[in-house]
Write a new protein. Structure first.
Length: 230
């Protein structure tokens, strides 16, 4: 009994020094319920409360950092494994991927009207893959391809930076970048690529390509037919 009284008094003194329950329990190994009962009437000074609040904040930050580190490691593990599942692509696989890309993001020809083959996206990886398809599968020449950049008007001051970004990503000379159109800026945007990560949208057009557009539509119909969706 005497030992418990001494432990209680020691716990109260430690609490008055501003130690947290966890810190006290490391020195006095009792049940947390007992500690709470002993300390419920102990008042802390403002500086002591601030210290405990700061410790909780730092502990929460360490926990968040630990979870983030684990999440990053798990994400890398999943992506590395998935990447290996793809392997080397055959020319036919690249052909089908290109058709599917155009199906998703390309301009479709309306009945009775001629339309160029135009592909639009803001993802540089997707743009590069589509260009590889045009050059190595469809066998277009570089001088048959031109680009139009669409950016929000509040990024006019970054125009040179945006142009250079797409020139670098596509590997095409600046002469192939014909026009720039400015879109009205919307403040409440849900876009994730904002600020310095924003490089607008790139339209890839093929010259005199209405024939190609119709051919792509046929390829799309072929995929639909042979996959059994129509």
């Amino acid at each position: 009994m005497r030992a418990k009284i001494e432990e209680k008094q020691e716990a109260i003194e430690l609490r008055k020094q501003g130690l947290s329950y966890a810190e006290i329990l490391k020195q006095i190994p009792v049940a947390k319920s007992s500690l709470s009962l002993w300390l419920k009437s102990v008042k802390l000074a403002k500086s002591q409360k601030q210290r405990l609040t700061e410790k909780k904040r730092l502990s929460a930050l360490r926990g968040a950092l630990s979870r983030k580190t684990k999440r990053i490691a798990l994400t890398k593990e999943i992506k590395d494994k998935a990447r290996l599942e793809i392997g080397k692509l055959s020319k036919r696989e690249l052909f089908l991927i290109g058709v599917a890309l155009y199906w998703a993001e390309g301009t479709k020809e309306k009945e009775g009207h001629s339309s160029q083959a135009v592909f639009s996206n803001s993802d540089s990886g997707m743009i590069k893959l589509y260009l590889k398809w045009l050059l190595s599968v469809v066998h277009l020449k570089k001088n048959q391809i031109y680009f139009v950049i669409y950016i929000h008007e509040n990024n006019k001051y970054r125009l040179d930076e945006v142009k250079n970004y797409w020139i670098r990503k596509t590997g095409f000379p600046k002469e192939n970048f014909r026009y720039v159109y400015f879109k009205k800026h919307i403040i409440n945007t849900k876009r994730k690529n904002t600020g310095n990560n924003y490089f607008g949208l790139l339209k890839v057009s093929a010259l005199e390509s209405s024939f190609l557009n119709r051919k792509i539509q046929g390829w799309i119909e072929g995929i639909s037919q042979h996959s059994g969706v129509v």
